[in-house]
Design a protein around this ligand. Sequence first.
Ligand code: ZN
Ligand code: ZN
Length: 153
Amino acid sequence: MAGNNIFVGGPNLTEYVQCPYDSAHRILPVRLAFHLNRCAKNFPCSKMVRCPFNTSHLYSVTNMQEHIIECPNRSNLERYKMPDMLPLVEPPRHEFIVDSAENWDDDPPVPTYNPKTYCEEKFIIRNPQGAPPAARREFRERERRRFTANNQF
Ligand SMILES: [Zn+2]
Ligand SMILES: [Zn+2]
């Protein structure tokens, strides 16, 4: 397990912001200033651009490049992306109480399930686990005869 354990990622879309020029562009906030610079050349007609963090923020291209650095909605997003910068909440401590009345050395009150006994009572193919090879061969031979006899009607 590598990485930050405190980090809890949201949906991937929240990591990207929409380009104010073209809604099809998805940019990481850190690359936004660079992207705006480049994208402005593709959209020379658009005088005003919308802030990708808050669509109600409308700025000229030059002002937008400054705005995205100090946009209050951007700082919300950044804080969301870096939750380890928030004050850490101490997890509640649980008292570990050992019940001394219980004796773990006692045998369980329920009889142990014995698969061998169960199989002996049912007409199912048994697999003699752990038996020596000779006994296993003998067992298989006996089982074959048992099934053959049942099929000779
Ligand atoms: Zn763009
Ligand atoms: Zn903004």
